[in-house]
Design a protein around this ligand. Structure first.
Ligand code: HEM
Length: 463
């Protein structure tokens, strides 16, 4: 194992041998991602090979270097799929998901009324992501298969710990092999569904029905060659290049990113939020009163009640579902004042620490949604930092910020509202003495080490 590791080590991309710099401070994060945005455009290649010598793995939007291909993929996702006018067509699917969630909890709760929050939320939300991706015809069985391979992939590939010590490097290659195997299993499930979509796409492109992500990928042409570029200077370059269709490997990577990023991040957010509401029932009650009042006024379509939004923001501040975001800084000379190593560096932004920076927040470890309300210390602070200050960045910042932010927040609000409207949440009997365990575990996503098991009692005045 050792020999193989060192032999392969010679093929390591420079990024793996680069020193890693961690940023925990909100102001330093702002200087890096806002003041020096052009130096923080690329992510390091952490999983560079498919296992075949000399064969680089295919990029998705998260891994592709900033350049013409990134711009085309990003425009397709933000303008063609996630634009609010298009994503709003998901409403019937979302409504079905919420109804299924409530019914599932009522049924699973059975005798003691206890459920694992992440399981019920994932089971309700994943079909929305799967159908948004592959179209409404995707059957229950396909949805289950998609969910299974996605979960295997997430369990097998853990971001933390790459690089550094010999042990970490060994772990890296071991993970890489599991990554390759998990990717193959994904391809086995995704490719037949993509092929089926190729035969039927466009069928429901009109008539107020959303456009599945896979249809857009089948139609997409990306520039041939993808020389990374450095920001604004490269804008528009893609139009001058020749184009090609996406390869199967690329399609698999993009679909995996869409399904995984779009579901598990929201599951994490909802689980942490319900945990906090179990610990602080006065906040849960206040939130429910607001939701019921909004329902009575006809749901004020299209607007999120202010306290619900504040609860979700506070949850994202304390428990950002993505633990860290990375950049590969190749020209540290361009970044004055940040003292990065001369040969370039991998920079990790530790999102949980940035949201709890004591210089930016009063009592940073307390869950207090009121801070985001009118007159609070964070009135006006949103999920994405503005150009003047970074106080939290659960969706990242700069040009590579999360394109799914709108949908992610909308799904978290929708699900938390339904859970709180329909049920009263309390600690499970086993946790009642020790309390809810808020210990975090950082994988692809920041999850609760002890999955939240909570007692859901149906509200008598259910709406
Ligand atoms: C609560 C939900 C979500 C959270 C907390 C979250 C968080 C993040 C974070 C922290 C990043 C890295 C940003 C950076 O490096 O500056 C990211 C990137 C990304 N996210 Fe999300 N995300 C969520 C939902 C979604 C959804 C719903 C989708 C798609 C359907 C999505 C797709 C992506 C993609 C494609 C990227 C890479 C963007 C690029 O490099 O240009 N995310 N997300």
């Amino acid at each position: 194992v050792f020999r193989r590791t060192t032999r392969r080590g010679r093929r390591d991309p420079a990024a793996l041998r680069q020193p890693t710099v961690q940023i925990h401070d909100a102001d330093v994060a702002r200087r890096a991602l806002v003041d020096y945005a052009d130096a923080f455009l690329h992510r390091p290649a952490i999983l560079p090979f498919t296992g075949k010598p000399g064969h680089r793995r295919s990029d998705n939007l998260t891994t592709v270097p900033y350049g013409p291909q990134w711009r085309v993929l990003r425009r397709n996702l933000t303008g063609g799929i996630l634009h609010p006018s298009r994503a709003s067509l998901l409403a019937p699917l979302q409504q079905k998901a919420v109804e299924a969630l409530v019914a599932d909890i009522a049924a699973r709760g059975g005798g003691d009324g206890e459920v694992f929050v992440r399981d019920v939320v994932r089971d309700a939300l994943f079909p929305v992501a799967a159908r948004f991706c592959f179209g409404e015809d995707v059957g229950e069985r396909d949805v289950r298969d998609l969910q299974r391979v996605l979960q295997e992939f997430e369990l097998d590939v853990v971001v933390e710990g790459f690089g550094g010590s010999m042990l970490a490097n060994l772990l890296h290659w071991w993970r890489l092999r599991r990554f390759v195997a998990a990717s193959r299993r994904q391809a086995d499930v995704f490719l037949p569904l993509i092929a089926a979509r190729r035969r039927t796409q466009h069928r429901d492109a009109d008539g107020g029905v959303f456009r599945p992500y896979v249809d857009s990928l089948l139609d997409l042409c990306v520039p041939v060659g993808n020389d990374a570029d450095d920001g604004a200077a490269g804008e528009g370059k893609e139009e001058r290049l020749s184009h090609r269709a996406l390869t199967d490997d690329e399609m698999v990577g993009l679909v995996s990113e869409f399904l995984g990023g779009g579901t598990e991040s929201v599951v994490s957010c909802v689980e942490w939020t319900i945990a906090r509401l179990v610990i602080q029932p006065e906040i849960q009650n206040k939130l429910r009163r607001e939701i019921v009042a909004a329902d009575r006024q006809g749901g004020a379509r299209g607007t999120t009640p202010a306290y619900l939004r504040a609860v979700i923001l506070e949850s994202l501040r304390l428990h950002p579902p993505v633990p860290l975001t990375m950049r590969d800084v190749r020209s540290p000379q361009a970044v004055e004042h940040l003292s990065l190593p001369d040969g370039g560096a991998r920079v990790h932004f530790i999102l949980g620490h940035i949201g709890r920076d004591g210089k930016a927040w009063k009592d940073p470890d307390e869950f207090r949604p009121e801070r985001f309300m009118a007159g609070g210390e964070a009135e006006g602070v949103g999920p994405l930092p503005g150009p003047k200050e970074v106080r939290m960045m659960p969706f990242g910042a700069g040009r590579r910020y999360c394109p799914g932010m709108g949908l992610g927040v909308a799904h978290a609000c929708l699900i938390v509202a339904a859970l709180v409207r329909e049920f009263e949440w309390a600690a499970a009997a086993a946790a009642a003495t020790g309390g809810v365990d808020l210990t975090e575990v950082n994988g692809f996503f920041k999850m609760m080490r002890t999955p939240l098991r909570a007692r859901a009692t149906p509200r008598r005045t259910s709406t």
